[in-house]
Design a protein around this ligand. Structure first.
Ligand SMILES: C[S@@+](CC[C@H](N)C(=O)[O-])C[C@H]1O[C@@H](n2cnc3c(N)ncnc32)[C@H](O)[C@@H]1O
Length: 285
């Protein structure tokens, strides 16, 4: 079978399974199997696949048809222009989360004399912590997660991106591992902790609900349980004027602002590129 025939076959197979991105998924999977990039697949579309490549491609198509996300099938996801390793132990980094990284970058751009110490809590693949370390010279980042398996993936990513000396991984609950060590020393705390309301989990897309780690999703009855617990810890760690950046879901902005005591925090809601509420950014008073 040629590349062209394999692409047509893959696209049709995934379309029958109601996959809305059948064409793209078939291309990405075939590119992974052959080691030829997507442009190359078009240029060399009359090249024949080996029997092993065809078998591997068919296996991946079947798994994709069952809802397994492409990122887990190929073990990679791009975030902030960098190529992250992902496994089912970590949430797949989302493009919406890039607005969180950009907000932190803007803060350092506007406050050049500020000490560059960041904590990323619920680091997962390390997408936020590692991209900040890669993009801000000299930045020191503490990256915390309650999942040992997730930290293992994040450490591999730090090594790949060449920032492992500046990203310090800690296993633990919320900010507990650094509470006594970094009091009032931190410039920014970033948190993309689980924020999906428990009652919404059954109605999430199958790809997310059945394949991504539950520990990365469930945020309690209104989705804000972990943020409630995080706030007093974050307050004691941040410097005066430091930033707490929380990722939230659409419709959670007002609720999230309400849990921030106004005598301690000045907050605003930031939307993502699709115009949906995505962050609460709070300055520590
Ligand atoms: C929504 S994922 C975000 C992953 C990553 N920061 C990103 O943006 O792609 C949430 C992460 O928080 C971690 N987590 C859940 N509860 C936690 C807790 N109590 N303390 C620390 N991390 C926690 C999960 O293991 C998961 O890796």
């Amino acid at each position: 079978m040629t590349i062209k025939e394999a692409l047509i076959m893959g696209r049709q197979y995934l379309r029958v399974q109601q996959n809305p991105s059948a064409n793209l998924d078939a291309q990405v999977l075939l590119s992974h199997v052959t080691g030829i990039d997507r442009t190359g697949l078009i240029i060399r579309d009359d090249q024949a696949l080996t029997a092993a490549q065809l078998q591997h491609y068919q296996e991946l198509l079947e798994r994709r048809a069952q809802g397994e996300p492409v990122a887990y099938l190929i073990g990679r996801k791009e975030f902030m222009g960098m190529d992250f390793i992902v496994t089912p132990d970590v949430l797949i980094p989302r493009p919406e989360t890039e607005v969180l990284v950009e907000t932190a970058l803007q803060f350092f751009h506007n406050n050049t004399d500020y000490p560059t110490l960041v904590i990323d809590v619920g680091t997962g693949s390390g997408a936020i912590a590692i991209s900040l370390a890669a993009l801000v010279e000299g930045l020191q980042v503490y990256a915390i997660d309650i999942s040992e398996a997730a930290l293992g993936v994040a450490m591999q990513n730090a090594q790949r991106m060449g920032v492992k000396e500046r990203v310090h991984f800690q296993l633990g609950n919320l900010l507990e591992p650094v509470l006594t060590k970094l009091e009032e020393k931190v410039s920014i705390i970033t948190a993309n902790l689980p924020y999906v309301p428990s009652g919404d989990i059954p109605s999430l897309m199958k790809d997310v609900r059945d394949f991504e780690p539950y520990l990365a999703l469930d945020g309690g009855p209104d989705g804000l349980d972990l943020y409630r617990l995080l706030l007093p810890q974050a307050y004691s760690l941040l410097r005066l004027g430091g930033l707490l950046i929380l990722e939230i879901g659409p419709g959670q902005g007002q609720g999230a602002q309400k849990i921030l005591p106004p005598e301690q925090w000045q907050s605003k809601v930031v939307k993502d590129l699709a115009g949906r509420e995505r962050l609460v950014v709070a300055v520590r008073c």
